[in-house]
Write a new protein. Structure first.
Length: 477
């Protein structure tokens, strides 16, 4: 039987090339569970409004439940003649029920159907990704906790800047990932709008109840404009932006891990389980997880760019261009669900060389700011303090010494307020312990920061768990 849902006014079937171009079931089949669940919601409205009698409704409901099991078990699959997931599933219904299987199409178009299915899919997958993000947050926070007091060089412009603790360096990534989780929560609020009942574009003359089908499917509301409902793909573009931003964040983690694991840095040892070797150089230990995390970000950014470009010139309601929203979304979801657990495992199993980091922390005159701060506390204007600290660095460079090796007379010649007392601040431990402001790098501040981060991730876990449980209950209803 043909998987086509239209054709009454056509004298010819589409050419093979047109059918091949139009066919989407090879990638939109993943929408099948969501399509079947939205069909159950639509069926309930058709029955309640009197458009389907109880006997027909009972038969269709039974067949839909059977299809849900068969699709889940891989026993029902699309055929070569099926155009898309919707036509494949209607074929399944009519094979079970005959003509009555087509009754479910009343009051519903593929336009509102696919918009509903895609929202349900996106919500489900977004919650999984939110959970994976919190897992990575926790891994970074716990690793930061392990090294909360470990001195390390801090960098700007990839040059030694000021000493920090490794815990502070690691914890920064938790904040970026936390913003991603926050964006997901905001996205869920905007996406929880049901298009079902909007028809092709103008709503329906049949006595449908969009608010009831929306509630049945767990949406917070039903669409207020049927044209917008079938053509809106903001939720796809916004999801892809979130995924692209996640990609940027894990790419930055990957870049740092690549640097830290290099011979030149030699801070980090990535576990064998998260490294690979070389086909020709037996000594190699390559941080491939970090590199792939960095590389996959380009794919995520590209998917966002592709969808935005597709959307930018579309007129009026549904256009077939919108078929191009799915593959980028599916690809980004699959990519993150593949990459995030690997990055989490890499973080959890990496060890850091405390001695090496501590040795590197003061290099590059990274304690020079301590001289400027010492002078500021002595009421010297910062511009002059900065100038004096710079002169101390210049003197050390010409005489091949470190800052703490300057004599009292040399210090006082540079600035009369600069005394030998400054030397007690010219240590890594002194520099770190003095950075006690909120968000600072002192071990005490970092410890408090990590405690706050772990509390936040626990709170995120609770709402994600609640949302996933509610979604699962809705899907199995």
């Amino acid at each position: 039987m043909s998987g086509k849902l239209w054709g009454g006014r056509f004298s010819q079937s589409p050419s093979d090339t047109v059918f091949a171009l139009s066919r989407s079931v090879q990638f939109d089949w993943c929408l099948a569970p969501y399509d079947l669940r939205s069909s159950l919601a639509h069926l309930a409205v058709l029955e309640k409004s009197g458009l389907l009698d109880a006997d027909s409704s009972k038969k269709i409901r039974k067949a839909l439940k059977e299809l849900i099991s068969e699709v889940g078990e891989g026993k029902f699959l699309p055929a070569a003649t099926d155009e898309d997931v919707h036509s494949a599933l209607e074929r399944g219904l009519t094979e079970k029920l005959g003509a009555v299987g087509g009754a479910l199409r009343a009051g519903r178009s593929r336009n509102d159907q696919v918009a509903t299915d895609l929202r349900l899919y996106a919500i489900d997958q977004m919650l999984i990704i939110a959970q994976l993000l919190v897992d990575l947050q926790d891994a970074l926070a716990k690793k930061a906790q392990e090294y909360f007091d470990a001195p390390a060089p801090g960098f700007t412009h990839l040059q030694h800047a000021q000493p920090v603790t490794l815990g502070h360096e690691l914890a920064k990534h938790c904040h970026a990932l936390g913003r991603d989780v926050d964006r997901i929560a905001d996205w869920l609020d905007r996406t929880s709008v049901s298009p079902l009942g909007s028809g092709a574009l103008s709503g329906s003359s049949l006595p449908l109840m969009p608010e009831e089908s929306a509630a049945d499917l767990g949406f917070a509301s039903s669409a207020r404009n049927s044209i917008d409902a079938v053509s809106d793909r903001d939720f796809v573009a916004e999801a892809l932006f979130i995924f692209a931003m996640v990609g940027v964040h894990i790419s930055r983690i990957g870049e740092e891990w690549c640097l830290w694991a290099s011979t030149e840095f030699a801070w980090a040892k990535v576990s064998d389980a998260y490294s690979t070797g070389s086909s020709i150089m037996p000594q190699k230990r390559n941080p491939d997880v970090a590199e792939l995390a960095r590389g996959k970000s380009g794919r995520l950014v590209g998917n966002l760019t592709g969808v935005l470009t597709m959307l930018k010139g579309l007129p009026f309601a549904y256009n077939r261009d919108l078929q191009e929203d799915k593959e980028p979304l599916f690809d980004s979801v699959d990519t993150l669900q593949l990459v995030l657990p690997a990055v989490t495992g890499m973080v959890e199993t990496t060890t850091f060389d405390r001695k090496k980091m501590a040795e590197l922390a003061p290099l590059g005159f990274s304690l020079a700011t301590e001289i400027a701060d010492f002078l500021v506390r002595a009421k010297v204007p910062f511009a002059q303090a900065h100038e004096a600290a710079g002169k101390c660095v210049a003197l050390c460079e010409t005489s091949n010494r470190e800052l703490h090796e300057l004599s009292d007379s040399e210090l006082s010649q540079i600035n009369s307020s600069l005394t030998g007392e400054v030397r007690k601040f010219l240590t890594v431990d002194g520099a770190l312990s003095s950075r006690t402001t909120l968000g600072g790098t002192s071990p005490a501040s970092v410890s408090a920061q990590i405690e706050h981060l772990l509390g936040q991730s626990e709170e995120s876990r609770r709402w994600i768990s609640d949302e996933r449980a509610a979604f699962s209950a809705m899907m199995s209803a």
